[in-house]
Design a binder for this molecule. Structure first.
Ligand code: APR
Length: 234
């Protein structure tokens, strides 16, 4: 009988930082270089689509060069070897967890490796640059394709499934997230409500650190494998 039957793990940009992908709110992070209203809102896309295309094209190219790190690998190992249920909910739009072999995974903020057609709602894998002069492979209309990611003011994906999992979990772990953005930042409160043990694995205390029963701080590639080794040996 495993110590925990249902584990929910929330991950953020800090999980991919040691794979070379920038975080958002660390000094010099993405939101220090760009105004999120210009590149991560529906209004911004309406106002200047080319700036938004270029923002995601640059991040997609960078992500294509990145490889999973020891923390991604440890999470995939936990899902493979732990006798209980392990659901990964990531805010990240890279595919490093998939590359590491993770399966039971929700991209609540979408994926930059997929495109969404605003004309026909098609959602297709897309590894290349996106631009306004491309025709949708499904409806063949031009100019409607956007990254299949969730912008500020839009509803994150699979929230009902996430809420159900949080309501039934007995262990909730947050990895590499600053606890700045809702609804993800509220997940720890829902887990506490369900009576779960709560653990924060982060470089430094997040804005929601006070909610967690257990807090381990350090680089994800060190503290995540160590914590998962502990879980697997219990
Ligand atoms: N190991 C562990 N944690 C790290 C590391 C590391 N190597 N490097 C940074 N961190 C931590 C930082 O201390 C910070 O708490 O990761 C967190 C990153 O926080 P943010 O940059 O705010 O990223 P995130 O929490 O994922 O942002 C949430 O905001 O802008 C939106 O859609 C975007 O999904 C994103 C959401």
């Amino acid at each position: 009988m495993p110590r925990h039957e249902k584990i929910v793990i929330l991950t953020g940009a800090g999980l991919s930082a040691e794979s070379g992908l920038a975080t958002f709110r660390d000094s010099g992070g993405i939101w220090a270089q760009y105004d999120y209203r210009d590149v991560a809102t529906p209004d911004g896309f309406q106002r200047n689509p080319n700036l938004v295309y270029e923002f995601y094209n640059m991040r997609r190219r960078e992500a294509a060069k990145a490889v999973p790190n020891a923390a991604h690998a440890a999470l995939a190992r936990l899902q493979r070897d732990y006798p209980g249920d392990v659901l990964l909910v990531t805010q990240n739009i890279d595919d490093l967890l998939e590359q590491a072999g993770a399966q039971n995974l929700i991209h609540m903020h979408g994926e930059m490796t997929k495109m969404l057609c605003t004309h026909c709602d098609a959602r297709l894998p897309w590894a290349e640059d996106l631009s306004a002069d491309l025709a949708c492979p499904e409806c063949e209309l031009i100019g409607g394709m956007r990254p299949a990611v969730v912008w500020f003011g839009e509803v994150p994906y699979e929230m009902a499934r996430i809420a159900t999992a949080l309501g039934a979990c007995d262990l909730f772990i947050a990895i590499g997230t600053s606890g700045n953005v809702y609804p993800a930042a509220s997940f720890v409160a829902a887990a506490l409500e369900a009576g779960a043990h709560t653990v924060e694995l982060n470089l430094e205390p997040s804005d929601t650190a006070g909610y967690f029963a257990e807090r381990l701080h350090g680089p994800a590639t060190e503290i995540v494998p160590a914590y998962i080794d502990r879980l697997l040996s219990e």
